[in-house]
Design a protein around this ligand. Structure first.
Ligand code: IPM
Ligand code: MG
Length: 358
């Protein structure tokens, strides 16, 4: 089992260090970890946010564990040299079209959410975001100068039906696996079919596909309404499936239902369950190097990796249980701290999870 470790920028290295600590504590046989730079770190080392050597390592590995990319100090670089471009390229190069972003509220954190506990308690939803298409990658794109001297910016929202169908399948399959005691599996497809043709096609393809999944109840929601419903009554959802840009926005929103974006792991999978695993949050350069970030999203991403790529459900559950235990023992990083708990540093939270493994 080969694992590429790409810590990246900002808090990336410190949170990844905790995840690696937990992984080492599991003492999994034949696991080879190799580290490489990406994002701003790739630019510093090789003048490229996705150096060839890093891409090659990622291609040769079974899975990739990524911290985060980005720092304000790179904002002035040409667009193709910026850290975010490294992240978008590795997603595209590895064909990681299915992004799984679970939003699960740990009962211990019900008080840390900005929403009322009764609105969020018991929340367990999965956002499935298409990750290699849409306005993120569509051509034409760019900023150009018109004949009258005025500048114009262009991006293009586009999806073809095979791209929609393959992400739809992931959503339906996951909904069936998640089905709990006697309840019907549910998928809510999020679009803007009243305005955008791209997503009108999205809706049509989802409806066609649903004929193959009679066990799953498919519903549709416009993205503006979905944003509102997520705050109003988030527990109505089980699996949400949507395109790249809507998924980017809705998954940040959903993360706050769980108390902190510092809690949310993610998996980005190709058609063969090879995957890249990363926290849903960003590089938080403002708190980088202070050892105060929350490493749980990254540690939980390792659990997703063991489950989805390495088929190691036992160790995945062991990690998730250890994270829960660390929380129930009162350990909290600053972002999820509430009165009466023990405020710990990033590395101490890592230690607490390792201790709870046993
Ligand atoms: C995410 C991030 C990225 C995205 C950025 C860093 C390019 O916001 O993973 O959600 O927009 O996909
Ligand atoms: Mg985002």
């Amino acid at each position: 089992m080969k694992l590429a470790i790409l810590p990246g920028d900002g808090i990336g290295p410190e949170i990844v260090a905790q995840a690696v600590k937990v992984l080492k504590a599991l003492d999994i046989k034949d696991l080879i970890m190799t580290e490489a730079p990406i994002g701003g770190a790739g630019y510093e080392a090789f003048g490229d946010p996705l150096p060839d050597s890093t891409l090659q390592l990622a291609k040769d590995s079974d899975a990739v564990l990524l911290g985060a990319v980005g720092d304000w100090k790179y904002d002035k670089l040409e667009r193709h040299l910026r850290p975010e471009r490294g992240l978008l390229r590795i997603r595209k190069e590895l064909n990681l079209f299915a992004n799984l972003r679970p939003a699960l509220l740990y009962p211990e954190l019900a008080g840390a959410s900005t929403l009322k506990p009764e609105v969020v308690s018991g929340l367990d939803l999965m956002i499935i975001r298409e990750l290699t298409g849409d306005i993120y990658f569509g051509q034409p794109r760019g900023i150009s100068t018109l004949e009258n001297g005025e500048r114009e910016g262009i991006n293009t929202m586009r999806y073809n039906e095979s791209e929609i169908r393959r992400i739809g399948r992931v959503a339906f399959d996951i909904a069936m696996k998640r089905r709990k005691n006697g309840q019907k599996a549910k998928v809510c497809s999020v679009d803007k079919a009243n305005v955008l043709e791209t997503t009108e096609l999205w809706r049509q393809v989802m409806i066609e596909l649903s004929a193959e999944y009679p066990e799953v109840e498919l519903s549709h929601m416009y993205v503006d309404n979905a944003a509102m419903q997520l705050i109003r009554a988030p527990k109505q959802f089980d699996v949400m499936v949507t395109g790249n840009i809507f998924g980017d926005i809705l998954s940040d929103e959903a993360s706050m239902l769980t108390g902190s974006i510092g809690m949310l792991p993610s998996a980005s999978l190709d058609a063969n369950n090879k995957g890249m695993y990363e926290p849903s949050h960003g590089s938080a350069p403002d708190i980088a190097g202070k050892d105060i970030a929350n490493p749980l999203a990254t540690i939980l991403s390792v659990a997703m990796m063991l489950r989805h790529t390495f088929n190691d459900e036992a160790n995945a559950t062991r990690i998730e249980f250890a994270c829960k235990k660390a929380l129930s023992m009162g350990f909290r990083t600053a972002d999820i701290y509430t009165e009466g708990c023990k405020k710990v540093k990033c590395s101490e939270m890592g230690d607490a999870v390792v201790a709870a493994l046993n």
